[in-house]
Design a protein around this ligand. Structure first.
Ligand code: IFM
Length: 442
């Protein structure tokens, strides 16, 4: 029997552009994702977030659905451009009101909101001013964060600055697969540094305004980067990936320095650190959010980028092509604790895309996802038994949604969404999860 503490937060996570739809309604300013998705050749089947799950109009039903599933928490992001259409300056009260109503409804239903301020939908107007590659972005973000703290700080206890800054840097600014579609290592490195600076300034602003019981943290995507063999070249390649994915953002936050191996690797493209930046970035945070999906087994390969390639394992893989490797969650939780100390942790995303189908009875028997969740809960529990301060779990995702460059082709939800009718149907995994919450375990 696995029994989690009664105080454990249980819920699911979503992000504004992935579920809301109506991206420019009620005075909202378009985001880089709105612009990117409307650029031909960027998204599978040319899909966009114009409708997504229509959560912007169906949020009341979605809150009721979460309540019926027994969630005591829900992690979602606020769209910067709904609140500040130009990214800075004039506040759009209708945008703020949307989130105010959502938060109130959640609280009325006993669901604690965890707000992520930046989950990738930067206002397009700010991209026109250079986006995250411009150092001023740290101030723009702080202004937006302060608006949100003022609007909702009296009732929201958990705040996250950024979701997965590594992905913004890598897919948004190196490979260009994500908005804003840039392919420039220099811009990527600047963006990464300014994301950290913005994070730190927002934390400082939070400390100045917030009630003592409220907490703020950062969410990063982490996963073991393991060498394909004990060949020193494979070991070196894995070490570089480990530093790139797991340490590049966390070392500055917890240790006040960038990993030397990354500075050496980036050379002339090293982050543009100015006097005082690293001290500021090392601002204490209250918790760390860990997004875990898979591991990466790495082999040296001089013909590939970062001199390495991923080695496919004989194992189950999800529709994303990601290996199902629960042990990696245990390893990464233990690694975070061993490396950065006893910072309270939340699993802020974890889940799997599978090709779910509605059967003749109108049910979705997503056995693979259910097993995925179960195996990950088991290792998370083991880590907790060994002293890892894990405080909550948010499945990715509440419902099937817009999976960025993959459009609607990858289904991560515990709730199925029929994108023709927008009908929601709880999958077998969602029913099972609800039982786990009710029983505090399984
Ligand atoms: O859908 C994304 C989410 O926006 C960020 N983390 C990973 C998920 C699955 O790819």
């Amino acid at each position: 029997m696995i029994r989690f503490p009664d105080s454990f937060l249980w819920g699911a996570a979503t992000a504004s552009y992935q579920i809301e739809g109506s991206p420019t309604a009620d005075g909202a300013g378009a985001s880089v994702w709105h612009r990117f998705a409307h650029t031909p050749g960027t998204i599978q089947r040319a899909e966009t977030g114009d409708t997504a799950c229509d959560h912007y109009r169906r949020w009341r039903d979605d809150v009721a659905m979460m309540k019926s599933l027994g969630f005591n928490a829900y992690r979602f992001s606020t769209a910067w451009g709904r609140v500040l259409p130009e990214g800075t300056g004039t506040i759009n009260e209708k945008g703020v009101d949307f989130y105010r109503q959502l938060v109130d409804a959640l609280l009325e239903n006993g669901i604690e909101p965890m707000i992520t301020l930046f989950h990738w939908d930067l206002p397009a107007a700010l991209q026109d001013r250079g986006g995250w590659a411009n150092r001023e972005s740290a101030d723009w973000f702080t202004e937006y964060a302060e608006v949100m703290f003022r609007a909702l700080g009296d009732r929201v206890k958990w705040w996250v600055t950024h979701n997965e800054p590594w992905v913004v840097m890598m897919l948004g600014h190196i490979t260009g697969e994500h908005a804003p579609g840039i392919r420039d290592i220099g811009a990527a490195s600047r963006a990464g540094h300014h994301l950290l600076l913005g994070h730190a300034q927002a934390v400082q602003a939070f400390r100045a305004h917030q009630p003592a019981h409220a907490q703020i943290g950062l969410v990063t995507n982490l996963g073991p980067q393991q060498p394909a063999s004990d060949n020193p070249m494979d070991q070196m390649a894995a070490e570089l990936w480990h530093n790139f994915i797991n340490r590049l953002f966390l070392d500055p936050v917890f240790k006040g320095s960038y990993p030397q191996i990354m500075l050496d690797f980036l050379g002339e493209f090293a982050p543009p650190v100015q006097a005082g930046d690293l001290e500021r970035i090392q601002q204490p945070i209250d918790f760390l959010g860990v997004n875990y999906y898979t591991r990466n087994v790495v082999a040296y390969d001089p013909d590939s980028s970062l001199n390495s390639r991923s080695v496919l394992q004989e194992a189950q893989h999800t529709e994303m092509g990601w290996e199902v490797y629960p042990e990696g969650l245990y390893q990464i939780l233990k690694w975070v604790q061993a490396t950065y100390g006893d910072i309270p942790l939340y699993i802020t995303e974890n889940g799997a895309a599978f090709a779910d189908q509605v059967n003749e009875q109108g049910e979705i028997e997503d056995r693979d996802r259910l097993e995925y969740l179960k195996s990950h809960f088991s290792v998370a529990y083991r880590a907790m038994q060994e002293g890892v301060p894990l405080k909550g779990y948010f499945a990715w995702s509440l419902m099937d949604n817009f999976e960025w460059a993959f459009g609607y082709s990858k289904r991560f939800g515990m709730v199925h969404v029929d994108f023709a009718t927008l009908k929601r149907t709880v999958k077998a995994s969602g029913h099972w999860y609800s039982q786990v919450i009710q029983n505090h375990g399984f």
